[in-house]
Write a protein that binds this ligand. Sequence first.
Ligand code: ATP
Length: 288
Amino acid sequence: MSTPALAVSGLSVRYEGAERRALDEVAFEVAPGQIVGILGPTGAGKSTLLQCLSGVIPRHEDGAAMRGDIALFSRPLTDFAGLSDITETIGLVLQDPEVQLVNTVVREELVWGMENRGVPVPEIERRLSRAAELFGIGDLLDRFTHALSGGEKQRVVVASVFCLSPRIMLLDEPTSELDPAGTEGVMNAIRVLADEGVTVLVVEHKVEELAVYADRLIAMRQGRIEATGTPREVLMGTAAPDRPQVLDIALRLRELGHWESELPLSVPAAVTAWEAMTNTPHSDRNRT
Ligand SMILES: Nc1ncnc2c1ncn2[C@@H]1O[C@H](COP(=O)(O)OP(=O)(O)OP(=O)(O)O)[C@@H](O)[C@H]1O
């Protein structure tokens, strides 16, 4: 691999008074421009991992003892002067968007971080209109942040981190409050950014979406990495915490001798495979 965007080794965290480690000897690398999906049941350590990668632990979390090494583009995290220095490279979107919204109006929310960084006005305007287009928030720019729905808040928070133009984005369940269309919109935007070279780590419970959009998955349990690889490798393996329902159905059909094609990880892939197997276009089946 060329210089990894992220390199983690021997990363362990124990919260004060906790019986077990929240992270236990975690190690992995991520290439620039990849989307890595992080899966795992509640308490697996996913959020703790993102907080370590963004320097929140240990710098802003006294109650967590951390050891191990993290490097962003080969630069050890310990070499960064402070959180504001780290956020030049890495942007974190927390699980709860309320915590991250600090301005009254959406446009101010998107602009203030750029102004604080001294981004020139024409560039602020450019990023603002790109964010509005990518995350579908053009009609929200003049709304009060407190009056947005949960899903709207999530899109605004992701867009405001995008506006800071980080090389790595860490997203903690960025679509938990979004409907299927909103989820697809955010995932598509993430794909566009990754294709432009931004590295994205996204914690998600929506496994079908991860199967489609992620280049790699990391499956965690009890602070450890249980499996890592392509979505197919991880979701077909025994360590997968969840499987897309469509994959389970196709597996069952295969056992019964009714599914000859490659096993699908998403509904569109299943439809395409079904069309090929039955020689029946999906739209025709809808009409009959
Ligand atoms: N601030 C904290 N103080 C003490 N223990 C914590 C703290 N934050 C997390 N933990 C514990 O660390 C472990 C990992 O938590 P973490 O939030 O990282 O898991 P997660 O995989 O993100 O879970 P979820 O999917 O529910 O968000 C859990 O046992 C949790 O109770």
